[in-house]
Every structure is written in structure tokens, then in C-alpha cells.
Design a protein around this ligand. Sequence first.
Ligand SMILES: Nc1ncnc2c1ncn2[C@@H]1O[C@H](COP(=O)(O)OP(=O)(O)OP(=O)(O)O)[C@@H](O)[C@H]1O
Length: 246
Amino acid sequence: MTVPPILRVEGLDVDIAGSRILTGVTFEVPATGVTALLGRNGVGKTTTIRAVLGLLPDGGRVTAGRVTFAGDDITHEPTHRTVRRGIGYAPEDRGVFAGLTVAENLALAERPGHEHRYDLVHDLFPELAARRDQRAGTLSGGQQQMVALARTLLNDNTLVVVDEPTKGLAPRVVTEAAEVLERAAERVPLLLVEQNLAVVRRLARSAVVLDAGRVVHTGDARGLLADTARTTALLGVGSRTDHGAA
Ligand SMILES: Nc1ncnc2c1ncn2[C@@H]1O[C@H](COP(=O)(O)OP(=O)(O)OP(=O)(O)O)[C@@H](O)[C@H]1O
């Protein structure tokens, strides 16, 4: 029996401030494993995620197409309702409250009516348990990324969206982040925006590639990355490559 995708994006057009940013974006996220959303800088990866979550900036709107989550149309739904359906989101800027402790940052993410998986979070991130009373603003970038991920795993989400989790991290920390993402993906499907191709190679089963606001490739991630010429053509030589995910 084929398991239906957890997320389906069909023919999505998005305008921001009168400019067309996404055109006919169509892809599916399987209900298990990691799906990588790839592409050069500025091609529309974050906009795609934000459109799914109802988080487009002022002046941004979905002008055509449909987003379906677990079989339900969520296209024009407010973010709080979409999130309550079970989508966790770790944004690119991590969204950590610097003045609050680790424990307070986690508590803020608790969603009424959901089971809170502190057992899972402390198992995946023992360091956060040890640093529970430390202000989040004094954590390293890698530790703040852990807080952002931990918040998405605390509630029993059925999809977690992670935007550039390894950006700006030292190679050793990238490896740690990749390990945590790999373990998280055993529990919940991930839609992952990632420019470090070693991380993508390690984690992703399928890949969606955007270029200039359009999908230019969907399919098996490792097959794509094994084809150097195609990878270079689609992602450019400027993509961060094989640092720190081994
Ligand atoms: N608030 C906004 N106002 C105007 N244009 C925007 C806004 N947000 C995004 N854009 C434009 O939309 C396009 C896609 O941006 P987006 O951030 O989605 O790309 P990206 O693939 O995530 O890039 P990066 O890898 O640099 O994060 C860019 O041309 C960007 O300038």
C-alpha cells in the first residue's frame, strides 16, 4: 500500500510587493524521511516554506495553487491553525528568545492539547537538559539551533520544516546538527532547506530543486548529487559543499 504524502504543494504562485516570486511550484513531501528543498540563494526556498505556513511578509500572497497537509487544504489558513494541525517550524534565524532560559524557550513552544515530548527532547539534546537555566542568548549558534529544533519536536508534530539549520555553524557543529536531524527524522518527516550538500547527501531521500521561483527537479536526492554536472548546473558552484557532515 502506498502511503500518501504528508504535504502536497500544487501549482503555487506567490507574489510579493507586486512581483511574482514563485511560479507553479509543485512538489510532495513523503510521510517519512527527509525531503531537501534546494537551490541557489534567492530562488524562493524560504518563500515556499513561508507560503506553506501562511507566513508570507506584508504584501505577499498566494495568487494561485493549493497546499494540502495530511489531506486537508491549508492554502489560505492562518498560521496558528496550520501549526496546530501538527507542523513544526525552525526558521532560518532560529527564533530563539535571547533573554529567556533554555527551559523557558521550550515551555513557550508547548501547545495545548498536545503531548509534550520532553523525554525525546532530552534524549536527543542532553546538552539542553544540562543548560536548562542558561539564557538562550549566551548559547553558541549550534546550541541555539538545538533549541529551535527541540521546540519543533516537543509537540507531536507530523511534519517539521527546518530552514538552513547548519548555516553559519563550524564544521564540527555541522556534524552534530546533522546527527540530531538524522535522529529526529526517524520520528517525524522533515522538509529541510539546506545548502550544505554533504548534509543533504547524508540525510535526504528526496530532493526538490528551485530555480528563479520554479521547480526544476524533483526526485531521488542521492541520484541527483551523484551527478556532478547536473548538481553544478542546478545548484551552482557557489553551493556550500562537503563540510562537516560525515
Ligand atoms: N519581503 C520581501 N520583499 C520583497 N522581496 C522579497 C521579500 N522576501 C523575499 N523576497 C524576494 O523573493 C525572492 C526569493 O527569496 P527567498 O528568501 O525565498 O529565497 P531563498 O531561496 O530562500 O534564498 P536564500 O538561500 O538566500 O535564503 C528573492 O528575490 C527575494 O529578494
